[in-house]
Design a protein around this ligand. Structure first.
Ligand SMILES: *Cc1c(COP(=O)(O)O)cnc(C)c1O
Length: 395
């Protein structure tokens, strides 16, 4: 009998459970051990038993997670860092040189903006912020010869705008620049930017990948692109080793464990988010709902085409303006008033002063009447009851 399964590529969840996560060859432990070690015994000078020398360079627990994530992002290699921001910093310093310029999607994580404007700008890195849905503005912002990176977040934070990744990738190629996509909100379960033409993907693994709000981490996954005459994998790998903001073995273990159930959690997150977005739309206390799963969302068609679902983040604007937004954010009980997102528990946030305080008063400021939900996996009826009470109390 001939096997037809040999050529089939494994499904997402099978890959999530098994890639880089083989049983321990020494003991048969089904779960690879947490290699809590800084250094590795050598069998002779520079004769390494399994390729590991020192845990800043590589550690088996970290390598297992990097392999697992790279497989899910359809990348060449993954690199795990101590936080999402550390991953972003390593990638940008690997590819940029003084005098270079970044085109940055305006609606994005406040910390990314702070990294570029406060940490990198003094090293002579310029940037221009653009509306992610306006491709003419992206093209106009490109400075031939000095724009080296186009940086995009889609869905964006906190307005949940959708950008055309393939079109941005073409603009990057035409400019001789790299397209980096922050894929934190979608996660690799819903979107693979490398397959849409991006050169690198970054994640805050703190969010959906870790999935339980119990670990901080970040990752870069790169494809086969060459950069300044060498594979991009080499530039990022060197930066990770030489600057050293690596993920530790405990954190890598938690991220890998979370990643195994990403598909199951994400299905529930987005089922609940869709229900809640549709429910909010009907509420008289709500003037606008921002969720790409709603047909009236301007990016709905694009999201349906380039994503495999619409995710678990919902933003909305209460009809009562800023005062009502503040009151709703402070008025829930099940939803915890917290920054961050992507954990199993529901969180509510007032972005203008919580996640985006660093851009308040600038052109990148977010609306003061905006509320953001990280919709958790709890029973949706309990979530609706909580939101209904908070909305009633706020109006
Ligand atoms: C949280 C977040 C980051 C930063 O990650 P940390 O793990 O907090 O350093 C970057 N991008 C997005 C979209 C995020 O939500």
């Amino acid at each position: 009998m001939t096997s037809t399964t040999a050529t089939r590529t494994r499904g997402f969840t099978t890959t999530a459970v098994h890639a880089g996560q083989e049983p321990d060859p020494l003991t048969g432990a089904v779960i690879p051990p947490i290699y809590q070690t800084s250094t590795f015994a050598q069998d002779g000078i520079n004769v390494l038993r399994a390729g590991h020398e020192y845990s800043r360079g590589s550690n088996p627990t970290r390598s297992g997670f990097e392999e697992q994530l790279a497989a899910l992002e359809r990348g060449e290699r993954g690199f795990a860092f101590a936080s999402g921001i550390a991953a972003e910093d390593a990638l940008l310093r690997a590819v940029l040189r003084p005098g270079d310029h970044i085109v940055l999607g305006a609606d994005g994580y406040g910390g990314t903006n702070r990294l570029i404007t406060k940490v990198l700008a003094p090293w002579d890195i310029g940037h221009t912020a653009v509306d992610i849905t306006d491709l003419d503005a992206v093209l106009a912002a490109v400075r031939p010869g000095s724009t080296r990176v186009l940086w995009l977040e889609t869905p964006s934070n906190p307005l949940l705008g959708i950008a055309d990744v393939a079109a941005w990738a073409q603009l990057a190629r035409d400019a001789g620049a790299l397209l980096v996509v922050d894929n934190t909100f979608a996660s690799p379960y819903l979107q693979n930017p490398l397959e849409l033409g991006a050169h690198a993907v970054v994640h805050s693994t703190t969010k959906y990948i870790g999935g339980h709000s119990d670990v901080l981490g970040g990752a870069v996954v790169v494809g086969t692109a060459e950069w300044r005459g060498a594979p991009l994998t080499e530039a990022v790998g060197f930066q990770q080793f030489a600057a050293g903001a690596v993920a530790g073995p405990q954190d890598s273990y938690l991220a890998a464990r979370g990643l195994k159930t990403l598909s199951l959690r994400m299905e529930r997150h987005q089922d609940n988010a869709q229900r809640i977005a549709e429910w909010l739309l009907e509420r008289p206390e709500v003037s606008q709902v921002l969720y790409p799963g709603l047909p009236e969302h301007p990016g709905h068609g694009l999201a349906a085409a380039q994503m495999r679902g619409f995710g678990g983040m919902v933003s909305f604007r209460p009809a009562g303006g800023e005062a009502a937004a503040r009151a709703v954010a402070e008025g829930t009980r099940l939803y915890s008033l917290s920054v961050s997102l992507g954990g199993v528990e529901s969180l509510i946030c007032y972005p203008s002063e919580m996640t985006h305080a660093s851009v308040r008063g600038t052109a990148l400021a977010v609306p003061v009447d905006l509320v953001r939900l990280s919709v958790g996996i709890e029973d949706v009826e309990d979530q609706l009851e909580d939101l209904e009470r908070a909305l009633a109390g706020a109006s």
